[in-house]
Design a protein. Structure first.
Length: 283
């Protein structure tokens, strides 16, 4: 029995036997919450080390199993990660799920996030000041909304192709939100986060003195590993692609916060094998 297996058994009793405890593999967590979620334990797990926690809100028309590919592309060693399932069933398939955008939907997503955090804090060694929240598309917008409302709960927020939240109350505590680092990443071919959305977000971030870092990825030869990363969709006729370089930028952003160093968000554009990324800089 591994150290992780013993840890889960000690903390969770008989329910630990329902987990796949292979290091580096995502775990289907024991049913301690009122909704399904996916838990990822890093490779070479060390029980004495307090890991950063990454909470991932999956894209619309997807599921919590998206976390598998996210961590494979971002880092399999740096984080414990968890992904709650969205509460609305997709119109495309009953096996896929999506997030709503009204206040009730956002409040429910917020509850899922904090319940997920509490669950992980109870069973795995997590550094309480290194909790990150991220999402793609609509989920990226929701991640911003949650983070800006409760900035003291997070070390940083990652939003990829997610426009700035226009729902009321997003900036209710804008003075406190100034201390929250946010990575706002956009693919140049995004249909969910258009150039006007980026400009609007830059204006809001500047006006409120928010700590936003903007990066744009040019369309090109982008892909997830061998190209088997699922396409993340917001609708049957509207799709955006989440690629590895975006996830690596997210990893650099979060590791810079963890290590208190200024880590560049992207690799040099001189490397021909990499897509071109342009940093707009810190607001």
């Amino acid at each position: 029995m591994s150290r992780l297996q013993r840890l889960l058994k000690d903390r969770m009793g008989a329910s630990a036997s329902r987990c796949d405890t292979t290091h580096g593999s995502p775990l289907t967590a024991p049913p301690r919450l009122g909704f399904p979620y996916r838990l990822f334990v890093p490779e070479h797990f060390e029980a004495r080390y307090e890991y950063p926690l990454f909470v991932w809100l999956h894209s619309d028309n997807s599921s919590e199993y998206e976390l598998d590919s996210i961590m494979e592309g971002m880092s399999v060693r740096n984080y414990v990660a968890i992904a709650p399932r969205a509460h609305r069933v997709s119109k495309i398939s009953k096996r896929l799920f999506r997030w709503g955008t009204n206040i009730a939907d956002l409040t429910m997503a917020e509850e899922f996030v904090f319940d997920s955090i509490d669950e992980v804090l109870g069973v795995l060694p997590i550094h309480p000041d290194r909790i990150f929240l991220g999402g793609f598309g609509t989920a990226g917008t929701i991640a911003q909304w949650i983070g800006l409302r409760t900035p003291s709960r997070f070390a940083g927020v990652v939003s990829i192709n997610g426009p700035f939240p226009t729902t009321k109350r997003a900036l209710a505590g804008w003075k406190q939100s100034r201390a929250l680092p946010v990575l706002f990443a956009q693919g140049s071919d995004s249909r969910q986060c258009m150039d006007d959305d980026v400009i609007d977000t830059m204006r809001v971030a500047h006006a409120a003195s928010l700590d936003y870092r903007f990066v744009r990825f040019e369309a090109g030869e982008r892909g997830f590993g061998a190209g088997d990363m699922p396409v993340c969709a917001s609708g049957a006729a509207q799709t955006d692609t989440l690629d590895t370089e975006m996830l690596l930028a997210a990893n650099r952003f979060m590791m810079g916060i963890v290590t208190s160093t200024d880590v560049p968000l992207m690799v040099s554009s001189d490397e021909p094998s990499r897509p071109v990324a342009t940093a707009f800089g810190k607001n």
